[in-house]
Design a protein around this ligand. Structure first.
Ligand code: SF4
Length: 332
C-alpha cells in the first residue's frame, strides 16, 4: 500500500504476541494499537513483563523463530504492513529504516570483534561503498557519540558500560534509520551514566529527525523525552494520550498508581507508596480487566469478559476502564 497524506508514519493495530510450549501459552501482547507520527517519540511505559519488549521485537520482526507467534495484528510503516513482507524485504528494513537499542550493551556487542568493525559491518550491510567508506562512516559515528575515532581498534572489554552503550547507539544510528526503538536503553548502566546516555540519544534524535519508541518504566524519562505515552499493563495498553494529557489528567487506576509510586522529595515519608499485589501471570490472565485483582475501584463488572472497553476521557485521551467517573472523583 502506498503512503497517503493521512497515513501515520507507524501504525500498530490489534497486535497479539504469544510464546508457547507444549504445556502453556503465554499471552505477552494482547491487542495493542497505537500510532506514531514522523519525528515524534512515544513512551511505552509499564512494569517488567508488560509486553513492551515484545512489541518492539515484533515491529523489527526479531521474535524467536521457535516458540513465538503473532496470531493477529498489523504493523504498518508508511502504509506497508511489515508482517506481510518477505524476510528478504524485512532485512532491508532492519538497520536502514528501523533500528533498535537493546537493554544490555554487555550482551549486544560481539566481545571478540573490534568496536569500529562492528559499526562498519552494519554500514556495509545497508549502504553502498568501499571498505574505506564503511570505516570512515564508523569513525564518524564513534565521534558522533563522543568516542574518539582512535578507539576504533579497541574491543568491548576495553570500554566502560556507558561507552559500550554509546557504541550500541552508534550502531543503531549508523544507517540513519527513520525509526529508533530504544528498549530501556539505560537500565543496565549505573545512575551517573544514565542521564548522559539519555541526553545523547535525545540530542541525536533531534539532530537526525528520527522517530522513536522509548521503552521505560521511569516517568521522569517520559516527561523529558516523549510526546505521546502508552501505559501498558499485562500486554495491553490501558491508557494512551499526549504526554500532557497523561501527566495532567492520569485516569486509569494503574497509571494513577504509577504516579503515586514516585517518591516526593519534599515530603518526609517513612514508606514509599506501591501498587498492591503483583502483575498477573501472562499464561493465566484474569478475566475482564487484567488489573482488577489489584484495583481499588474494581467491581464485579470489571471481571466480566467484554465489559471493559476503551473510553474517551474528558480531555480527549483514551482509557480502558469502566469506572472512570468514580476514578476521576477520586473516591478511593
Ligand atoms: Fe479498575 Fe475496573 Fe477500571 Fe479495571 S475496569 S481499572 S478493575 S475500575
Amino acid at each position: 500500500m502506498s503512503e497517503t497524506k493521512n497515513t501515520p508514519f507507524l501504525e500498530v493495530k490489534d497486535l497479539r504476541v504469544e510464546y508457547f510450549t507444549k504445556e502453556q501459552v503465554v499471552h505477552a501482547v494482547n491487542g495493542v494499537s497505537f500510532t506514531l507520527e514522523k519525528g515524534t517519540t512515544l513512551g511505552l511505559v509499564g512494569e517488567t513483563g508488560a509486553g513492551k519488549t515484545s512489541i518492539c521485537k515484533s515491529i523489527l520482526r526479531i521474535l524467536p523463530d521457535v516458540g513465538a507467534r503473532i496470531p493477529s495484528g498489523e504493523i504498518r510503516l508508511e502504509g506497508q504492513d511489515l508482517l506481510k513482507i518477505s524476510e528478504k524485504e524485512m532485512r532491508a528494513v532492519r538497520g536502514q529504516k528501523i533500528a533498535m537499542i537493546f537493554q544490555d550493551p554487555m550482551t549486544a556487542l560481539n566481545p571478540v570483534q573490534r568496536v569500529g568493525d562492528q559499526i562498519a559491518e552494519v554500514v556495509s550491510l545497508h549502504m553502498k561503498g568501499t571498505k574505506e567508506d564503511f570505516k570512515k562512516r564508523a569513525e564518524e559515528m564513534l565521534e558522533m557519540v563522543n568516542i574518539p575515532k582512535q578507539r576504533y581498534v579497541e574491543y568491548p572489554h576495553q570500554f566502560s558500560g556507558g561507552m559500550k552503550q554509546r557504541v550500541v547507539i552508534a550502531i543503531a544510528l549508523a544507517c540513519n534509520p527513520e525509526l529508533l526503538l530504544a528498549d530501556e536503553p539505560t537500565t543496565a548502566l549505573d545512575v551517573t551514566i544514565q542521564a548522559q546516555v539519555l541526553k545523547l540519544i535525545g540530542e541525536l534524535r533531534d539532530r537526525l529527525g528520527t522517530s522513536m519508541i522509548l521503552v521505560t518504566h521511569d516517568m521522569g524519562i517520559v516527561a523529558t523525552y516523549c510526546d505521546t505515552v502508552a501505559v501498558t499493563y499485562a500486554g495491553s495498553i490501558v491508557e494512551y494520550g499526549t504526554k500532557e494529557q497523561i501527566f495532567d489528567h492520569p485516569t486509569h487506576p494503574y497509571t494513577i498508581g504509577l504516579f503515586g509510586a514516585i517518591p516526593n522529595m519534599n515530603v518526609d515519608e517513612e514508606w514509599l507508596h506501591a501498587i498492591e499485589g503483583l502483575p498477573p501471570d501472562p499464561s493465566h490472565l484474569p478475566t475482564g480487566c487484567a488489573f482488577h485483582p489489584r484495583c481499588p475501584y474494581a467491581t464485579e463488572d470489571c471481571a466480566k469478559e467484554g465489559f471493559v472497553k476503551p473510553v474517551t476521557t474528558p480531555d480527549g485521551h483514551t482509557c480502558v476502564c469502566c469506572h472512570i467517573d468514580e476514578v476521576l472523583k477520586g473516591e478511593k
